[in-house]
Design a protein around this ligand. Structure first.
Ligand code: PMP
Length: 362
């Protein structure tokens, strides 16, 4: 059995920072000063209250969250947010606008359609989701309840470079696969939500950042667990929160702050992605699937000239210690997910492997 770590290109759950894993391991039996494991203590204990408060403070610092926004730690993944967003924000008379940029955006719109009126404000489906829409292609409903977007499309390897202009319509953004990967302007959003398991921590916790005034839209008739207002009123402690996931998320946000915050993180992410795209563009042996102005810094997708060559690429890469490069089943090809915690050496190793593979099979 391999004992040291290989390079993990998984799209999620994904690689975590080694110092975070080491600290979690060191503290697993007994949290310093507590004498019990984070897995064993009450969520109402002072020790866990401190963990939760610190994770929230770190998120506020990292993303420069204005005081008029609440930070919630919920369960059910980003997929539950697909439903909670319309349950809380979409009233019977109103319409919700959705910008469709891939499978996840489509699923979000499908959930909303079960609950109210939905308008597709733009879609790039006709181009197989190889780019995000241009500003002129987005047609919003006047007075829409909100407009929903997906900042990074994990499957297609596309990412918005700028937020769409939405005027006064509240902007809801699924940032599951690029949360904390670059500086973000929370004040331009009404709601930001992200499952933790790509860029923030382990699976099991979803971060929701919501503008306070929107909490008034949560109807009192909503089941408590589905109401933003209830979770906000109770400081994410309406019931037992996912304590371990929040603890690890807190270690990750601390790690991000210590490495220089989102500015520094963006620089590193740009450098990693640029190196990989340069290799993809080098000779034509590899073909990037995203259009250049929509290329993701997080999920780098490309194809080879045949599925057989792609399959062999993935298998040989795996034997060389480069794991998780197979594209999503709905898109095929190769996908290298290089989230915040993915090390630069791993990108170098992949580029070296790509050069060698091309030399042998090109
Ligand atoms: N949105 C995006 C952009 C995603 O990449 C994913 C998961 N891959 C989801 C939503 C669904 O997330 P979850 O599994 O946390 O429900």
């Amino acid at each position: 059995m391999r004992s040291e770590r290989i390079f993990n290109f998984s799209a999620g759950p994904a690689v975590l920072p080694v110092p975070v894993l080491e600290q979690a391991q060191r503290e697993l039996k007994a949290l310093p000063g507590v004498g019990m494991s984070i897995l064993e203590i009450s969520h109402r204990s002072k020790a866990f209250e401190d963990v939760l408060a610190r994770a929230e403070a770190d998120i506020r610092q990292l993303a420069n969250v204005p005081p008029t926004y609440r930070v919630l730690f919920l369960q059910g993944g980003a997929s539950l947010q697909f439903a909670m967003v319309p349950m809380n924000l979409l009233t019977a008379e109103a319409t919700a606008d959705y910008i469709i940029t891939g499978v996840w955006a489509t699923k979000a719109a499908e959930e909303a359609r079960k609950l109210g009126k939905v308008h597709i404000a733009a879609t790039t489906k006709a181009e197989q989701f190889t780019r995000v829409p241009r500003p002129a292609e987005i047609v919003l409903t006047p007075g829409a309840a909100y407009v929903h977007m997906t900042s990074n499309n994990t499957i297609y390897g596309t990412e918005w470079k700028d937020l769409p202009r939405v005027g006064d319509i509240p902007l809801v953004n699924d940032t599951s696969s690029d949360m904390f990967s670059r500086p973000m302007d929370v004040s331009k959003h009404a709601v930001i939500y992200a499952g933790a398991q790509k860029n923030m921590g382990p699976a099991g916790v979803t971060v929701v950042i919501i503008r306070e005034d929107l909490l008034a839209r949560s109807a009192a008739s909503l089941p408590a667990m589905l109401s933003y207002a209830v979770h906000a009123e109770n400081g994410s402690m309406h019931n037992t929160p996912p304590v371990f996931a929040i603890y690890v998320l807190g270690l990750v946000t601390r790690w991000l702050i210590e490495r220089g915050g989102l500015d520094e993180t963006a620089k590193i992410n740009e450098r990693k992605a640029a190196r990989l795209y340069a290799e993809i563009d080098n000779t034509g042996f590899y073909r990037g699937t995203a259009q250049k102005d929509s290329r993701s810094l997080m999920n780098v997708t490309f194809r080879l000239s045949s599925e057989a060559l792609e399959k062999q690429f993935v298998n040989e890469a795996e034997r060389a210690g480069l794991d998780g490069l197979k594209g999503h089943r709905s898109a095929g090809g190769i996908r290298a997910s290089i989230y915040n915690a993915f090390p630069e050496e791993g990108v170098v190793a992949l580029v070296d492997f790509m050069k060698d593979y091309e030399r042998r099979l090109g």
